[in-house]
Design a protein around this ligand. Structure first.
Ligand SMILES: NC(=O)c1ccc[n+]([C@@H]2O[C@H](COP(=O)([O-])OP(=O)(O)OC[C@H]3O[C@@H](n4cnc5c(N)ncnc54)[C@H](O)[C@@H]3O)[C@@H](O)[C@H]2O)c1
Length: 316
C-alpha cells in the first residue's frame, strides 16, 4: 500500500527516519515540525515541509486540508525531567497538541492515525518482564501520563470520528541523528563521549536495564502499522504494539558493547542514582510479530556501527 502521509515531528530523530521509510515505499510525504528540537536539514529532500506548532491553527489547517490517508504523530516534548518540572508545558505540547492534530485529522477525513507512545513509561514500574501490552497501568511521570492519556484520546476520538488509531509503544530508540545533547539518548551520549575520549557517567551501579531498539526498525514498524488491519476492541491495548527487542541490556553492558563497536575501552564514572528512574525495562514484542509481521532486524552491534558511522559523517 502507498498513499499520502503527514508526519508531525518529521524533522526530529525518529520522524525523519519514518519519512525516509515511507518515501522509499512510494508514499507522498509531508513533515510538519516547529523545529524546536528537530532540524530542517533532517527532513528528506523529497518530502514537503510545513513549519508549524502542533497546537496552532496553522497545523490544524495543514492536517485537515492536506487530503492525507495517514497521519503519524511523533511531535512531542520528550524529556521526562522537563515534564516533572513543567507538567503544564508537557501537557500543552503532548496533549493539547495531539488533540489538535486528531481533530484536524478527523476534519480532513484521515483514515488512520499512528501515535508514538512509549513502552518505557506507560507501564509504570512493570510487574512483568518482558512487559506485554495489556499491563499498561500507572505511569510514574507527567510525561508517562501524557503518553497514556494520548492513547486514550486516540481511542476516543477515533471511535467518535471514524478513523483508526494505532499506538506504537517504543522502547529506548537509538541510531543516527539522535541528539547527544539530549537527556533521552544514553546510547548517543555514550558514543559521543567515548569518541571524545571522555569517561562515561553511569547513574547508580549500572545494573539497571533497558531495551534498545534501532531507529530504522522503528520506522519500519510505522510503515507496517500504516496498512495492517487493526481491530478497535474494547481495551486500550488492542490497537497498541510494543516496538522493542525483548532483550534486556544493563547500562554496564551497554558501555562494553559501545566500547567494542568503537574499538575503545570505556572509562566509567559512577554517580548517585537518579530519582524516579525505572530499574528494569524490557518489552514483550510477540504481538507486533504476530499482528504487524514486524520483528527487529538490526542487531545491537550493527546498529552501534551505523551510529558510529553517522558520527564520523559517513552516513546521513
Ligand atoms: N527516542 C526514544 O527513545 C523514544 C521512546 C519512546 C517514545 N518516543 C516518542 O517518539 C517521538 C519522537 O521522539 P524523538 O526521539 O524522535 O524526539 P525528537 O525531539 O527528535 O523529535 C520530536 C520532534 O517534535 C518536534 N516538536 C516538538 N514540539 C513540537 C510542537 N509543539 N509542534 C511541532 N513540532 C514539535 C521537535 O522539533 C522534534 O523534531 C516522541 O513522541 C517521543 O515521545 C521516543
Amino acid at each position: 500500500m502507498s498513499g499520502s502521509v503527514l508526519i508531525t515531528g518529521g524533522a526530529g530523530f525518529i520522524g525523519s527516519h519514518i519519512a525516509e521509510a515511507f518515501l522509499a515505499a512510494g508514499w507522498s510525504v509531508t513533515c510538519l515540525d516547529d523545529l524546536s528540537r528537530g532540524k530542517r536539514q533532517q527532513v528528506p529532500r523529497d518530502a514537503r515541509f510545513v513549519k508549524a506548532d502542533v497546537r496552532s491553527p496553522e497545523a490544524f489547517t495543514a492536517v485537515a486540508d492536506g487530503k492525507f490517508d495517514v497521519v503519524i504523530h511523533q511531535a512531542a516534548q520528550i524529556d521526562v525531567r522537563i515534564s516533572v518540572d513543567q507538567p503544564a508545558l508537557d501537557a500543552s505540547i503532548n496533549l493539547v497538541g495531539f488533540a489538535n492534530t486528531l481533530s484536524a485529522a478527523a476534519a480532513g477525513g484521515v483514515k488512520r492515525v499512528l501515535f508514538a507512545s512509549s513502552g518505557g513509561v506507560v507501564y509504570g514500574d512493570p510487574a512483568l518482564l518482558p512487559t506485554p501490552e495489556p499491563t499498561a497501568n500507572l505511569p510514574i511521570s507527567p510525561y508517562g501520563v501524557s503518553k497514556l492519556a494520548g492513547e486514550h484520546y486516540l481511542r476516543v476520538l477515533g471511535a467518535l470520528h471514524g478513523f483508526e488509531g494505532v499506538a506504537l509503544r517504543y522502547a529506548n530508540v537509538y541510531g543516527p541523528r539522535q541528539d547527544p545533547a539530549s537527556e533521552a539518548g544514553v546510547v548517543s551520549i555514550f558514543v559521543s563521549r567515548l569518541r571524545a575520549g571522555k569517561p562515561l557517567t553511569v547513574f547508580g551501579d549500572g545494573t539497571q536495564t533497558r531495551d534498545y531498539v534501532f531507529v530504522k526498525d522503528v520506522a519500519r514498524a510505522n510503515l507496517l502499522a500504516a496498512s495492517v488491519t487493526v481491530s478497535r476492541g474494547d481495551r486500550l491495548d488492542v490497537p497498541a504494539f510494543n516496538v522493542a527487542t525483548g532483550r534486556e541490556t544493563s547500562v554496564n553492558d551497554l558501555a562494553q558493547h559501545i566500547g567494542r563497536a568503537l574499538g575503545r575501552q570505556p572509562a566509567i564514572e559512577y554517580a548517585p542514582p537518579r530519582p524516579g528512574e525505572l530499574f528494569r525495562s524490557c518489552l514483550d514484542v510477540s504481538k507486533a510479530a504476530r499482528d504487524l509481521k514486524w520483528v527487529p532486524q538490526v542487531s545491537f552491534d550493527e546498529g552501534l556501527k551505523q551510529l558510529a558511522a553517522w558520527f564520523d559523517g559517513a552516513v546521513q
